[in-house]
Write a protein that binds this ligand. Structure first.
Ligand code: FAD
Length: 479
């Protein structure tokens, strides 16, 4: 098999990371076949908001996401400018770089379908071969070394030989069994805020041949959306995202606050806590002042606009001139009125009396009581856009082997170099030993532990790890 395919690479997944890897591998001189399970390329990247961002300070990344892998976080931080320029050189149109001071992020925005089409065109121009509706089913190895993939197409399996494989299948958020195993007691607690194809096929195939799973498998990115009976289509995830959660009082169906709403750099942390509540549901409660404020500081959309969309979609809603009446209305949705009334009045009292530090759960930021009538409550349900845990990779996007299963044919164990300038900030043990699986790479959401509960963005890591994987795999097959 491998004699005829000494420089052939198969990239599994045609979203942002897979396309970036595929084009970069062609640029590096490899022969590339891209297999995509869906009928079209683009993955979640194609339906995203298109903001490719990274925190401007590495210290901020470590503060927001201390449990993520510092080497991979550094890779994204250090490479994002060059990766933007590379993407632009492929024909994608990117907005000028802007700094969002509230969020501490450098951002550039793509029109996602245009950027995906530009990469796909470039892939074809450079001689790449695409197979749609062809999903990675299993990895084929010989003596512990990758030599091809088994793919499922039109109900049949087919084997394809390759010297190396890039896994870029976009995470396991579409697989309820894996969600129940790693993420949440009841996967019904989560809407899927993304495409249905990302079912952990790459994660399963790689771990089947001995790849290590990363830390953070239980953490994920998503936002609360308008709760049922609201119906939300793939095209309207953005419209029903309840961005203002960090400024609200968030209660579960027992009428109790369950988390510090203000935690983290966006509403994703609250969403993760909401997922663990009964039915993954609750209410975000705001007053008129918050209603007229931007849902996210530094962004222009007003909370009122989001509220009106949720109301139009028939999400559970309450509006009242006083807190007592609001609680009475929420009683009709099964929330215990008295408990809820106590919770809101206690929240207001502790904040107004200067004792916000006594709040349980705490409230570190956005310490503002709800005082200006009318008061509003929106039924919300947690969602998952992508899983943050995945395969353990190194800074060259090589998939690492589970400790203890090192094949004698695999390259010798290496110490991972510290890529950071500040060795004190990043303590990577010098005794860290793990070997790569020869010929196996991963990128995008399949590359685990860049975010870990805290959010590092999805498109930035996908672009950087995909580009990195493509360059590395080309070096491997050519070198
Ligand atoms: C509504 C929405 C808005 C978003 N907005 C932003 C934003 O503004 N900024 C940001 O940073 N992130 C955003 N994201 C997240 C971002 O889109 C993802 O993090 C990013 O697309 C991940 O890239 P990826 O290549 O890993 O996965 P994807 O882009 O999802 O691509 C994975 C591909 O693999 C394919 N696949 C799955 N299984 C197989 C298989 N067995 N064989 C072959 N192919 C397979 C899938 O069909 C898919 O095409 C958003 C996501 C959504 C859904």
């Amino acid at each position: 098999m491998s004699d005829k395919n000494t420089d052939r690479v198969i990239v599994c997944g045609g979203g942002l990371s897979g396309l970036a890897a595929a084009v970069a591998a062609l640029e590096g001189g490899a022969k590339v076949m891209l297999i995509e399970k869906a009928p079209e390329l683009g993955g979640n990247a194609a339906i995203s908001n298109g903001v490719i961002w990274s925190f401007s300070d590495f210290e901020r990344i470590r503060a927001e996401i201390p449990d993520g892998d510092p080497v991979l976080q550094w890779l994204v931080h250090d490479s994002i400018d060059a990766a933007w320029a590379w993407l632009e050189s492929q024909g994608a149109t990117l907005s000028p770089k802007t700094f969002n001071p509230e969020l501490g992020r450098n951002e550039r925005t793509i029109v996602a379908p245009q950027a995906i089409a530009a990469l796909a065109d470039q892939f074809q121009r450079l001689g790449g071969e695409v197979r749609l509706q062809s999903g990675l089913d299993a990895l084929i190895t010989q003596d512990g070394v990758i030599c091809g993939v088994r793919m499922a197409c039109n109900g049949r399996t087919q084997d394809e030989a390759a010297r190396a494989v890039v896994i870029a299948t976009g995470g396991f958020q579409g697989n309820t069994e894996l969600l129940a195993r790693y993420v949440v007691r009841d996967p019904d607690n989560l809407y899927l805020r993304g495409n249905p194809w990302q079912t952990g096929d790459g994660f399963l195939a790689a771990t089947q041949i001995g790849a290590a799973a990363s830390p953070g498998l239980d953490t994920f990115y998503g936002h609360a959306l308008a709760a049922p009976p609201a119906r939300i289509s793939r095209q309207s995830f953005r419209d029903y995202t309840q961005w203002y959660g960090q400024q609200s009082i968030a209660v579960n169906l027992h009428g109790e606050r369950f988390a510090d709403e203000s935690h983290g750099s966006s509403e994703h942390a609250l969403n993760q806590a909401l997922a663990q509540q009964p039915r993954g549901m609750g209410f975000y409660i705001v007053d008129q002042e918050l209603m007229d404020a931007p849902a996210v500081k530094g962004k222009e959309q007003l909370t009122r606009v989001i509220f009106e969309r949720a109301r139009a979609a028939k999400a559970p809603i309450a509006v009242a001139d006083n807190i007592e009446e609001l609680c009475r209305q929420l009683g009709a949705f099964g929330v215990p009125e008295n408990r809820l009334f106590q919770e809101i009045t206690q929240f207001n009292r502790l904040i107004d009396s200067g004792h916000a530090g006594n709040l349980k759960p705490p409230r570190k930021r956005n310490r503002k009581s709800l005082t200006r009538a009318p008061f509003y409550a929106v039924g919300v349900k947690a969602s998952i856009t992508f899983t943050m845990g995945g395969l353990l990779i190194d800074e060259r996007a090589r998939v690492l082997r589970r400790a203890g299963t090192t094949s004698p044919l695999a390259p010798l164990p290496e110490t991972r170099p510290s890529m950071a300038t500040d060795a004190a900030t990043i303590a990577i043990g010098t005794d860290y030993r793990q070997s790569a699986i020869e010929g196996l790479y991963a990128a995008g959401c399949d590359a685990g532990n860049i975010g870990h509960f805290g959010y590092m963005g999805g498109l930035g890591p996908a672009l950087v790890t995909g580009w990195t994987a493509g360059k590395s795999v080309a070096g491997f097959v050519k070198g």
